[in-house]
Design a protein around this ligand. Structure first.
Ligand code: GLU
Length: 511
């Protein structure tokens, strides 16, 4: 009988959460929600040397921002707590002891220097040292030393670790929901440390004990854990928990935009896109790594981007809400090969999501920028401008540059545009346009007829030159929305003022 779905996201608080980790959390979440299961946040902090203050809070804040919710976890508690491994420390020891008792693990006393010497010795023979069935008898452990000697060492407080004892020459198969059966021979595997001399379990032991005791049904995690999976499968066997062993799914790597190698923090710096969900200030170096949130990505866009990096719905549909993703997600459509990060596509997604925001919401994003530029404008006007201009935006941070001329008359005029458009006689044309604006009723259609049809076409003038010069006068450069729409928004007086000023500043030119 299939067990209820319980999945976990189990990050180590060693720094900011990479977007690859966010994707792992997202896929777990989609799977849990789709199956009416539970989503758990467990913090794996057994490696105290790599602990980074603030990382756990960062992870929670990032996932909350993205709408990835948990049913149980370190921040909300739950019936299987505690959910932070350092808070579970007292329970791991007995599991290590059980494995020793049953012959699945052993004490190893080798000092770091002795292990280093062994490594060197192997290297000098162009071989790689591995603590395994071939070498363990040469090392100092409870398999090679007499029993009373082992006892004496333990009682005298000599430091030791507990290692897993891989059975020799055994094929171990991991059934992976994405890759199918992955088989490895135990001779290739290291007798991994399960319990350290500092009294803490390693990731491997704690992870298996927790997944078992938290009744995890599916382990969905990054591909970098696939090499550890045979050990994990063997641990389930060693504990006698095979019947309730979770299903495994190892997600493909997120690759650099060029497609060669794993996406790293440096790629983000190099290509100018974030690889972290939120800004992260490194507590040690003070270095800032930028985040999607602060760059102006919408959370729903980030979710959509990440969902499609390594998974597809089997249709052409690209814009998918969280609800749709929950409905459509399936492990079978996760690809085996790595997914290339595409910066331009990410921007496109954000553009699309920005279009779904109301004009009011965009105006809210704009207000702080207007304030920073000391602009006071009526709310209605700001909302109207946002409605007109949002289709040109990928990010809210572009609002000021894209819309500033709605709030401020230009102080400079693009010299290239002057050269190209402001031909001799242009001041006369501009004065004529001022005259029309002053006399014709200020309505779109009427102005269109008077300026474009009657004045320009009627006199066989150059439409491109005159309309672009008008634009140059009003905007300062030849960008912006439909010219008369812009005139209508700015109003009669402001438009006339701007055209007058351009005539004054640019003046009449010689050919
Ligand atoms: N603590 C591991 C990590 O940081 C979790 C791996 C797993 O999900 O088993 O990625």
């Amino acid at each position: 009988m299939e067990r209820p779905v319980r999945v976990r996201f189990a990050p180590s608080p060693t720094g900011p959460l990479h977007i690859g980790g966010v994707r792992t959390a997202l896929y777990n979440y989609l799977f849990a929600r789709q199956n009416g299961g539970k989503m758990i946040l467990r913090i794996e902090d057994t490696d105290q040397t790599r602990f980074v203050p603030g990382a756990e809070q960062y992870i929670i804040e990032a996932l909350t921002w993205l709408g990835i919710e948990f049913d149980e976890g370190v921040h909300i508690g739950g019936p299987f707590g505690p959910y932070r491994q350092s808070d579970r420390k007292p329970m791991y020891r007995e599991y290590a002891d059980q494995l020793i008792r049953d012959g699945w693990a052993y004490y190893a006393f080798d000092k770091p220097e002795a292990l280093e010497a062994k490594r060197k010795e192997f290297e000098s023979q162009k071989k790689t040292f591995q603590y395994d069935c071939n070498t363990r008898s040469e090392m100092e452990n409870s398999l090679s030393l007499p029993e009373d000697e082992v006892q004496r060492r333990i009682e005298s407080g000599e430091p030791y670790v507990v290692r897993f004892k891989f059975p020799a020459h055994t094929e171990i198969t991991v059934h992976d929901l994405i890759r199918g059966d992955v088989t490895m021979n135990s001779d290739l595997l290291d007798d991994k440390v399960l319990f350290k001399s500092d009294g803490m379990p390693t990731y491997h032991l704690a992870n298996i004990v927790d997944d078992h005791t938290m009744e995890i049904s599916h382990v969905i995690r990054g591909e970098e854990w696939l090499p550890s999976a045979p050990l994990h499968v063997m641990l389930y066997k060693a504990f006698g928990w095979e019947d309730t062993m979770p299903h495994f799914a190892h997600l493909p790597l997120l690759l650099k935009p060029e497609g060669n190698g794993k996406l790293s923090k440096r790629d983000g710096d190099r290509l100018g896109f974030p690889v972290f969900p939120l800004d992260w200030h490194d507590p040690k170096s003070g270095e800032l790594s930028s985040g999607y949130r602060e760059k102006g990505y919408m959370p729903a866009a980030v979710v959509n981007i990440l969902a499609l990096l390594g998974w597809n719905p089997g249709t052409e549909q690209e814009i998918l809400s969280m609800e749709e993703l929950i409905k459509l997600f399936n492990i079978e459509h996760i690809s085996k090969s790595g997914a290339k990060f595409n910066v331009e596509k990410a921007k496109w997604f954000n553009h699309e999501y920005l279009q779904m925001e109301s004009d009011e919401a965009i105006a809210d994003m704009f207000e702080p920028q207007l304030k920073a530029h000391n602009i006071t404008a009526s709310r209605d006007y700001v909302v109207k401008v946002c409605g007109m201009m949002k289709e040109r935006l990928n990010f809210p941070s572009e609002l000021w540059d894209t819309c500033c001329y709605f709030f401020e008359a230009p102080t400079e005029y693009d010299p290239a545009a002057i050269k190209k458009r402001w031909k001799p006689g242009m001041t006369t044309h501009m004065n004529k346009i001022i005259e029309i604006l002053e006399t014709v009723p200020f309505e779109y259609e009427k102005l269109h007829t008077a300026i474009l049809d009657e004045y320009i076409v009627g006199n066989q003038l150059n439409m491109g030159q005159i309309m672009n010069s008008l634009r140059l006068a009003v905007v300062g450069k030849t960008v912006g929305p439909d010219m008369l729409t812009l005139v209508m928004v700015l109003g009669k007086d402001e438009t006339i003022k701007r055209v007058r000023r351009a005539i004054e500043v640019i003046g009449e030119v010689e050919n």
